[in-house]
Ligand binder design. Sequence first.
Ligand code: COA
Length: 333
Amino acid sequence: MNSSTVKALGAYCPHTKVDNSYFEGILDTSDTWIRERTGIESRYFAAENEYTGDMCVNAALDMQKNFNVDFSDVDFIIVASMTPDQTIPNVASQIQTRLGIRNTGAVDICCACSGFCYGLTMAKGLIAAGCCRKILVFGAEIMSRIIDFKDRNTCILFGDGAGCALVERSEENTVFECFSGTDGSMGKELYLSTRNRYVNGAEIIADGMVHQNGRAVYKWAVNTLSEGLRTLASINGITLDDVDCFLPHSANYRMLEAVFKGLGIPMDKCVDSVRRYGNTSAASIPLAWYEGLRTGRIRQGDTLMLLGFGAGFTYSGLCLRNTIDGSRIGQNV
Ligand code: COA
């Protein structure tokens, strides 16, 4: 079995910063309510003419600038997103041509906020099986296009952004045990559809917007995250105390506080992106990782635990050793 390592990371955040005060102007809500219930202070929205593929290319160019990465021999591209530019062609194919990569597989996967961890898991598997040597995994979303700005329960949560990881075959294995799971019976609690139909007996609203039962999602997420982190520790033969930094999907900072309190883990071991960027779905974990590297919070040699969860309901997690030197970020600006 071939070993793999995550060699480099890249990130992109769109330029328009949206503070909570924006929602005070269009909804019956307040900055205080949003901060108290979610911890979110701001998020960023893509420009009207900006698409998920554009953000992915920018994240890849950021990676190239900081880590002098050569994309010419990338042999697989995985894009995790529920907001692709269009149904076909997929975003991965657009990235292939825009980065000028000649011989590569290109696939989009859709598993909402778990997507980046599913992508890393698939990359590890493709390398282990000997099918590929160098894989780009993207997590990218333009959530601002699929939220109903009249739904105060939902629209205040989300933001736009993109992140990417380069996973390579290597002598030393630094991507350890992983696991994935699903509970499709909860599908009706968090969905987006453009077709009138029923999901598990429940009629769904087909308007192309995200709909959720916030309380049901919250309760499920707290249980899944708590159980998932314990599972990851167990299958990796370590304890939660052995982990240097946790990178859970950044959906709601209060949710993360509840989970970490329940597990007895200090909050300074949790690296989040939600307070600054909102819930950026598949982009949330790479954005948090990147910020952790940039600020020196995550160092080379650190044991990281990543766990994504979201619509489906789906979840996916993995444990790895960080080999990326964060001090390189920003040096070549
Ligand atoms: N501003 C002000 N009040 C709001 C509000 C807002 N933006 N959104 C909801 N409320 C109101 C509700 O209408 C309700 O009022 P009522 O008591 O008069 O009925 C009250 O606040 C409490 O609602 P509740 O749903 O119990 O709030 P909450 O503490 O559960 O927070 C969420 C709501 C959505 C923030 C929270 O449930 C959550 O984060 N859920 C998970 C969502 C998620 O992470 N989704 C993506 C998963 S990947």
